[in-house]
Design a protein around this ligand. Structure first.
Ligand code: MG
Length: 157
């Protein structure tokens, strides 16, 4: 039995902040404006897993009004979603994602992001694509970055 889930996230970019994607800190002049570390990939992935299970979303699990979630490394969000998934008896068959970002290029960080994600999720079929926004709109102007993720969960034998 399979369940499919979709996740989306977007954060504003500002100078002097850290740019963290998939647990990798990427050297760049701008970074995420966020309550946590702003990791758009891990946030969207968390929502995709929870969505597939019908178990709410990241905002319900980790409210950004809570001080304890401030500046938190986003791998804890993924870990919690994976814990819930395992309790429900599922594993991740594959993860497919788009990172929507005008700059910087992500290609040289992709393998490390995939490795981090494999460690957190146990999934070995992860595909991560970077896409610019053709300089259109806020993402294209470098004011924001977004991420879309689709996961397929499979009931464990
Ligand atoms: Mg977020």
């Amino acid at each position: 039995m399979y369940k499919i889930g979709i996740g989306f996230d977007i954060h504003r970019l500002e100078e002097g902040k850290k740019l963290i994607i998939g647990g990798v800190e990427i050297p760049f002049e701008k970074g995420w404006v966020a309550h946590s570390d702003g990791d758009i990939f891990f946030h969207a992935l968390t929502d995709a897993i929870l969505g597939a299970l019908g178990k709410g979303d990241i905002g319900e699990l980790f409210p950004d009004t809570k001080e304890e979630n401030k500046n938190k490394s986003s791998d804890i969000f993924v870990k919690e979603a994976v814990k819930i998934m395992k309790q429900e008896g599922y594993e991740i068959e594959n993860i497919d994602a788009y990172i929507l970002l005008q700059k910087p290029k992500l290609l040289s960080y992709r393998q490390k992001i995939i490795e981090n994600t494999q460690k957190l999720t146990g999934c070995s079929n992860i595909f991560l694509k970077g896409k610019t926004f053709e300089k259109l709109g806020d993402i294209g102007q470098g004011k924001a970055g977004a991420c879309e993720v689709i996961v397929l969960l499979k009931k464990q034998d």
